[in-house]
Design a protein around this ligand. Structure first.
Ligand code: ADP
Length: 364
């Protein structure tokens, strides 16, 4: 919150010919502004409100006292102070309902004794971005701290109590390598995520054969599937479908999805990977490829589905950790698909398994 000395923007003057048309013109300019603006007379009554202000504070503003329009005592006090001191006030206000909004208000004297203008900037998005950023930093620190604490704990034990115990040493070193690998995976995933986010606005111009990528990914993960007696069944209906894409990133998408299907699928059940040509993508008027990865695991409760692609969101944190997850895989998938102007759909039924579908535009 801050007060600044400011000269009145309009000087008081005697009415002259042409003033009416000037007022009309001023009103038209104010009406066209995207940001809300209110003008109060010396009685603190709204004498002008543009459309954006009416959308924000309510339809009927003109003729009402400011106290009835902005129910925030500190803003009303600030308006009063601007009238008294003639200094401009800039401050924040939060409106909890119907959706929480953060606003920055700028209250300035128009002309001594004539009124004040209140201009408003919606800073909700900036505030949310700031909050998300600090949540993200807190999450990353937390995720790195737990394997690090485990490592420090084991090092201290090895230096002390377990110094002369070869069995304990062997066991602890095994756990330590797992924890160190977890930190390495986390850092790799964080780097991937930030790289993808930086490039997200640049549509890749290379061509990628989705069928070939799926074949490679299936080969890479066949051993892992085999360890769980799972079969990876690849059905090409669109073997030669070329999409405009980055081959490494496409590999990353399908590797993450297939890896999850193996991790969260039930042992000894198949994972089916199907590709299909689509004449027209639902979100774009272009043909595309649909890739479906279907597992027969426990499935995911409906309430979790909308949040699954958030960074570090895991249905069962302990289970994800035990399986070597970082909680970033689906966030990476989402951003890569967005970069490719595609879509990710997730369907799941508890107890029946999940289907992750990727829609990608064909390279024309
Ligand atoms: P993680 O590294 O934990 O696997 P992801 O971002 O890949 O992170 O996935 C986020 C969460 O989504 C997982 O922790 C898991 O709870 C859930 N999930 C992802 N894929 C599946 C799947 N095929 N079946 C059931 N749950 C899944």
């Amino acid at each position: 919150m801050l007060f600044r000395k400011k000269k009145p923007v309009i000087d008081r003057k005697t009415p002259q010919e042409g003033d009416a048309s000037k007022i009309d013109e001023t009103n038209a300019i104010l009406a066209s502004l995207a940001d809300p603006i209110l003008v109060l007379d010396s009685e603190r009554v709204v004498k002008y409100a543009n459309q954006a202000a009416m959308d924000l504070f309510g339809r009927v503003l003109v003729g009402r006292n400011i106290v009835q329009c902005i129910r925030q005592p500190h803003v009303v006090d600030a308006v009063e102070q601007v009238f008294q001191t003639q200094e401009t006030w800039v401050g924040d206000a939060s409106f909890p309902a119907p959706v929480e909004r953060h606003l920055t208000l700028h209250v300035a004297l128009i002309a001594e004794g004539e009124g004040v203008s209140i201009t408003v900037r919606d800073t909700t998005l900036e505030k949310r971005t700031e909050e998300m950023h600090s949540d993200f930093v807190a999450n990353v620190s937390h995720e790195l701290r737990s394997p690090l604490s485990a490592l420090v704990g084991f090092i201290e034990t090895l230096q002390g109590a377990a110094q002369n115990d070869p069995d304990a040493r062997e066991r602890f070193l095994g756990i330590m390598i797992q924890e160190a690998n977890r930190m390495a995976r986390l850092i790799d995933d964080l780097l991937s995520l930030s790289r993808v986010q930086i490039q997200e606005h640049v549509v890749p111009d290379d061509s990628v054969d989705v069928g070939l990528v799926l074949q490679n990914v299936t080969d890479i993960l066949a051993l892992k599937a085999n360890d769980r007696q799972m079969e990876l069944i690849l059905n090409y209906e669109a073997k030669d479908c070329m999409v405009a894409g980055d081959s490494d990133q496409m590999t990353q998408v399908f590797q993450n999805l297939l890896d999850n299907a193996i991790k969260y699928g039930k042992p000894a059940t198949p994972v089916e990977i199907t590709t299909r040509y689509v004449d027209r993508l639902p979100h774009q008027n272009v043909p595309g490829v649909l890739v479906e990865i279907r597992d027969h695991g426990d499935g995911i409760d409906e309430e979790h589905l909308p949040r699954l692609t958030e960074r570090f969101y895991r249905v069962d944190k302990a289970r994800s950790r035990t399986l070597g997850g970082t909680g970033l895989g689906l966030a990476i998938v989402k951003h890569i698909i967005a970069r490719h102007r595609g879509r990710l759909n997730i369907e799941s039924k508890t107890g029946e398994g999940s289907t992750f579908s990727v829609l990608l535009p064909i390279k024309l």
